[in-house]
Design a protein around this ligand. Structure first.
Ligand code: SF4
Ligand code: SF4
Length: 170
């Protein structure tokens, strides 16, 4: 199972390029998707990392890709960088969009695992393995991502209820 924790030293700044940045999200200026943030340096590192909040990039401080970035960079692209070529960038950006919601869901499950009983742990472990399997290649659209999150949360909640970790709704 991949590490469900961001390791930015093993990535090429994918989260600083792939998503848009919008003023309505709190960013200082709008940035289109698939355009590098103005603070990403030539080595794909954040040039204002320690001062992001002061520069209006507080949203970056709270972000975690749960390991999707280095998974794409190292596991799927063997250490390539999106700057290598336009074709590589296109493939890496698509891969990052594909894997990010899966890793977010997998991290939710991994967090819940210590709190559920053995039976539910088994089913959730299977779900976790499916989420991080390279045999699942279909891209997720916006509706799919929403459904995936709802499914994962429902499975975690029902597991916790089954093991009496949370109260049943009345
Ligand atoms: S995508 Fe993840 S690993 Fe890569 S730079 Fe962003 S937070 Fe770090
Ligand atoms: S401010 Fe730094 S961490 Fe945030 S998107 Fe820009 S380069 Fe990345």
């Amino acid at each position: 199972m991949p590490e469900l924790r961001a390791d930015c030293n093993e990535c090429c700044g994918l989260c600083c390029v792939v998503p848009p940045q919008l003023e309505v999200q709190g960013f200082p200026v709008d940035k289109p998707a698939e355009v590098p943030c103005s603070h990403l340096d030539a080595d794909q590192r954040c040039s204002i990392h320690a001062e992001r909040r002061n520069h209006g990039f507080a949203a970056c401080v709270g972000f975690d890709c749960f390991g999707a970035g280095q998974w794409v960079t190292q596991h799927l692209f063997d250490g390539a960088k999106w700057t290598d070529s336009a074709a590589t960038a296109n493939k890496m950006f698509r891969a990052y969009r594909h894997w990010l919601p899966r890793f977010e869901a997998a991290a939710l499950i991994a967090t819940a695992l210590p709190y559920v009983d053995a039976d539910t742990k088994s089913s959730l472990t299977t779900a976790l393995a499916e989420l991080t399997s390279t045999s699942v290649t279909r891209p997720l659209d916006t509706a799919d991502v929403g459904q995936l999150r709802r499914d994962v949360l429902a499975r975690i909640r029902s597991s916790l209820i089954a093991s009496d970790r949370v109260s049943r709704p009345v």
